[in-house]
Ligand binder design. Structure first.
Ligand code: DAH
Length: 342
């Protein structure tokens, strides 16, 4: 009887060894450990055996069970390891694959130009003041000496919001009112950069949105000579030391007197070309002495204080500098354009 069990154990171990995957292992488990399996047969036989033989058989049956248990556990572990190794090999990371390149952001050409402008004005003691893009009609027009119906408003086609009296600013000049009201009666030297919006036909030369930089200085004894000095220094630092700069009489409701500033064309050096429309000059900004009404609207007594202001575009000079022939590229968000500015 006990020899039979040795024989059975040897068979069980042989078939177990032949089980090559978890399905075969499970079939083996059912065959040997199942309710109607070999082990339960072996145990059931105990009651049919004579009293004398029973202890020896019982001991052998127990050993049989232990042998099977141990063999099963060992085989199960071997198969588990093999399956794990196989899965790892199949799903493994191939470290020899080249990585995906990270696409690096670049400085937008408008912002590069803005930063150059900030640096030049910082040297002259001007701080940057941030004013909002969404403005009141009052700041954008009325307090700048353009009451409702003023003909000068025609220069600024405007986006209106659904809230009466609230618009998108058409220029950075309304920031002048904000700065003055915040700092009065302190002296002021600020630049006000930011986006402006005009309800205009979009072409290669004009966009509905663009950047401007405004400058404002208010204090005692500020004269047109200060304005000219600052503007000429700025133009030479920004566009080259030898630049010629000229002031042409002009009109803005918020300055008196007012002027427009031209410099010799940086493309042709003043000879005349397509870019300067064969005049030899490029217009770079509007400027003037802050109008007494505007000073008063900012809280400053025009009999005691005076000031100058100017405003310039940012994209136009960037177009000249980087030879960009269409302003629409700036806000089209096309990476092929933006990637070119390293
Ligand atoms: N705000 C004017 C415009 O957008 C530009 C300008 C002209 C600003 C004269 C000024 C100034 O501060 O004094 O056309």
């Amino acid at each position: 009887m006990t020899e039979d069990l040795h024989q059975l154990a040897a068979e069980a171990e042989a078939t177990l060894h032949a089980a090559k995957d978890s399905a075969a292992l499970e079939a083996w488990r059912v065959r040997y450990f199942g309710r109607k399996g070999v082990l339960s047969d072996v145990m059931a036989r105990l009651s049919t055996i004579s009293r004398e033989e029973r202890p020896a058989y019982g001991k052998a049956a127990n050993e049989f069970r232990q042998t099977l248990d141990a063999a099963f556990a060992a085989r199960q572990e071997v198969l588990r390891q093999a399956e794990l190794a196989e899965a790892l090999a199949a799903e493994g990371v191939d470290v020899t694959l080249p990585g995906r390149p990270v696409s690096l952001g670049r400085m937008h050409p408008s912002h590069r130009t803005l930063r150059e402008i900030y640096a030049i004005f910082a040297e002259m003691g001007f701080q940057v003041y941030d004013a909002p893009d969404v403005e009141t009609d009052e700041n954008n027009f009325q307090l700048l000496n353009m009451p409702p119906g003023h003909p000068a408003r025609d220069m600024w086609d405007t986006f209106y919001t659904t809230t009466p009296g609230v618009i998108l600013r058409t220029h950075t000049s309304p920031g002048q009112i904000r700065v003055m009201r915040q700092y009065c009666p302190e002296p002021i030297r600020v630049i006000l950069p930011g986006m402006c919006y005009r309800y205009e036909q979009v072409t290669a030369r004009s966009e509905m949105m663009f950047h401007q930089v405004e400058a404002l200085a208010v204090g005692h004894n500020i004269t047109m000579a200060d304005l000219k000095g600052v503007v000429i220094s700025f133009a030479r630092k920004m566009y080259g030391e030898g630049r010629k700069v000229r002031f042409r009489c002009s009109h803005f409701p918020f300055t008196e007197p007012s002027a427009e500033v031209d410099m010799d064309c940086i493309i042709c050096g003043g000879q005349g070309c397509r870019v300067c429309k064969y005049t030899g000059w490029l217009e770079i900004m509007g400027c003037g002495m802050v109008h007494p009404v505007v000073l008063r609207n900012g809280g400053y007594d025009p009999d005691v204080y005076s000031g100058f202001a100017f405003g310039m575009g940012v994209e136009r000079p960037a177009m000249l500098k980087y030879r960009i022939n269409d302003i629409r590229y700036f806000f089209a968000n096309d990476a092929r354009f933006l990637e070119q500015f390293v």
